[in-house]
Design a protein around this ligand. Structure first.
Ligand code: FES
Length: 176
């Protein structure tokens, strides 16, 4: 199942939640039909649709929270689990598959210690698979935060992962 490896739950205090949510709720106060935009802003603020934030948004809109989840689950752009600071994507489309994507995926799973759809407990990495990102000439394709890496750049992935892992957490990590 997708999620945060190690089940390390993120926590956020009620006070912090209120403080971070207030400007968003204020911006959308009285604006009907702006649920998608509001949820996008919530996700941008917390990195995903944080459950307590969803409850507060539902209260503010006087809607059942199930309605918000129903809307959000319709769109692939919304995430219900924390995501890593770095989103590593392995293309598993046909061209990439033929040119070695399964081995690359296996190597990344081993190096990151997570499977596709999962996020490391330190919230530094999320691993995903995608179907053809439209750069088949570069196959096999890996991207980091939507920057496509060519084969030469992919050779530096292991070192990059080690460097990122060793870095001190930023304020973003673990905050959401
Ligand atoms: S199949 Fe991977 S980029 Fe097209």
């Amino acid at each position: 199942m997708a999620g945060v490896a190690g089940s390390e739950a993120t926590t956020i205090s009620a006070a912090e939640l209120t403080e971070r949510l207030a400007p968003i709720l204020a911006e959308y106060a009285g604006k009907d039909g702006a649920v998608i935009s509001l949820l996008q802003d919530v996700q941008e603020e917390f990195g995903f649709l944080e459950p307590s934030a969803m409850t507060d948004v539902a209260d503010a809109l006087d809607l059942p929270v199930s309605h918000l989840y129903g809307v959000a689950s319709f769109y692939s752009q919304f995430y219900f689990e924390p995501r890593g600071k770095n989103v590593v994507k392995v293309c598993t489309g046909t061209a990439c598959h033929i040119r070695g994507a399964p081995a690359i995926q296996a190597r990344l799973e081993e190096q990151l210690g997570i499977g596709p759809g999962e996020t490391t407990a330190d919230l530094k990495f999320t691993l995903e698979t995608v179907n053809c990102v439209g750069c088949c000439a570069l196959a096999p394709v890996v991207s980091i935060n939507d920057r496509v890496l060519n084969r030469r750049e992919q050779r530096k992935l292991k070192g990059w992962i080690q460097t990122e892992r060793a870095e001190e957490p930023t304020s973003q990590e673990g905050a959401s």
